[in-house]
Design a protein around this ligand. Structure first.
Ligand code: FAD
Length: 381
């Protein structure tokens, strides 16, 4: 029986574990957390639309349903050439290894003065607690932004910043207190939203104007302080609540291991997710150096395709599947009272408002995601 060791219990690692069991492999999943955190749902934690627990799934329950082994421990180092993985207190060897550890965050001076919706799950809860204070005070200066990465644009994650900002904007309007708040958006690039296509750039600009959101773009961020953001030209944007999503960088464990990486620390693979120079190690999801057009983005659905392919490719080395044709941007950008379908592939880029139905659709997606992982609903896509 083929033995597979999978590192990381996120979207990619869990999908790979389920697929590997279905393929008849002996599977062990190692995760530092005892739960799967469904990042796309976490945008609703800061506004209490969803509880923290609702964005998680217990890994031991998934392990029992699908029959894979589970070790809750932290991966410290991967000794790829020696076929060993070092954990906190022990080491494990492997026949096949699938690395799905996600990515790290690029740090900036004073980052501790910010909270991110895309980092540790606890930060989403922190954003919720902080926002509660402003709801009580009924006034405040709230700022939302994301960082850039000139070395690798696929690591820039802007969508959740827009989603959280739009959700908070709508909530304040619904409570009738929006006029008491200043909402700022900041990012270092000149054209915000260009990954989604030229139309998106214009639509976002119109939306910011209509919703009275102040825009600070085209200036590199120097640092964060307790009451604001300092730009490279030494100007300061005052802020009492700063939600900032740093660009992604390679995972520290990967940077400290003997694996081939891009300049920024992402694992180099071929289009079949096989790590360069190895015949038995795959890297899937955010941990891998994503190939494709300049607008490509690290996304959950690509992570799942990579997971499916990696298992298929281990079982069928003569007939492998590539992830390249699945590269697209697909996102339901939620606004609390609606959602906008954002889609981009090599041929087209679309932005379609779905109004209240879109919000419902995103909620339904969350239910669908959980039910399929629990084996209670067939996976359609
Ligand atoms: C707020 C937000 C909204 C998003 N919305 C969308 C969306 O609408 N659509 C979409 O397609 N994508 C979306 N994404 C992107 C998507 O969530 C990611 O691409 C996806 O989570 C990547 O999956 P992954 O398994 O590679 O990484 P992760 O989900 O980050 O999982 C990595 C796992 O590895 C574990 N791990 C890390 N280090 C160690 C260690 N040393 N030892 C043991 N375990 C470790 C972590 O605990 C985690 O469980 C969103 C992301 C965020 C943050």
């Amino acid at each position: 029986m083929i033995k597979v060791l999978i590192l990381g219990g996120g979207i990619a690692g869990v999908e790979a574990s389920i697929r590997a069991k279905k393929a008849g492999f002996d599977v062990t999943l190692i995760s530092e957390r005892d739960y799967l955190y469904i990042y796309p749902l976490s945008i609703w934690i800061p506004t209490k639309e969803i509880s923290f627990e609702d964005t998680t799934m217990k890994l031991d329950e998934l392990a029992e349903i699908h029959g894979f082994n589970l070790i809750i421990d932290e991966v410290k180092e991967i000794k790829a050439k020696e076929q060993r993985v070092l954990l906190s207190n022990k080491e494990v060897d492997f026949e096949y290894l699938i690395i799905a550890l996600g990515a790290g965050n690029k740090s900036l001076k004073g980052i501790e003065n910010t909270l991110s919706i895309c980092s540790k799950p606890e930060e989403a809860v922190g954003l919720c607690n902080l926002f509660e204070n402003f709801l009580e005070k009924k006034e405040g200066v709230l700022s939302f932004g994301f960082g850039g990465n000139p070395k690798d644009s696929s690591t820039v994650r802007g969508g959740p910043a827009f989603e959280l900002m739009f959700n908070i904007n709508t909530l304040l309007k619904q409570r009738g207190i929006r006029d008491n708040f200043t909402i700022n958006f900041f990012a270092p690039m000149d054209k915000v939203g260009s990954k989604m296509g030229e139309g998106a750039v214009k639509n976002l600009q119109k939306f910011f104007k209509k919703e009275n959101i102040n825009v600070y773009t085209g200036k590199k961020i120097d640092s964060f302080v307790s009451d604001g953001i300092i730009f490279e030209d030494s100007t300061k944007l005052d802020s009492e609540y700063t939600m900032f999503i740093p660009a992604k960088t390679g995972h520290l464990v990967v940077k400290n291991s003997d694996l081939p990486t891009s300049e920024d620390g992402f694992i180099e693979t071929d289009e079949y997710s096989l790590v360069e120079g190895f015949k038995n190690i795959y890297a899937i999801g955010d941990v891998a150096n994503l190939q494709g057009p300049s607008w490509r983005a690290k996304q959950g659905h690509i992570a799942e395709v990579m997971a499916e392919n990696a298992i298929f490719n281990i079982a069928n080395p003569e007939n492998r599947k590539s992830y390249i044709k699945h590269i697209n941007i697909l996102c339901l950008m939620d606004t609390r009272d609606g959602a906008i379908l954002v889609y981009r592939d090599l041929k087209r880029s679309l932005m379609i408002p779905l109004f209240g139905f879109g919000h419902l659709l995103k909620k339904l997606w969350g239910k669908y995601f959980k039910l399929t992982k629990l084996g209670k609903f067939p996976k359609i896509i």
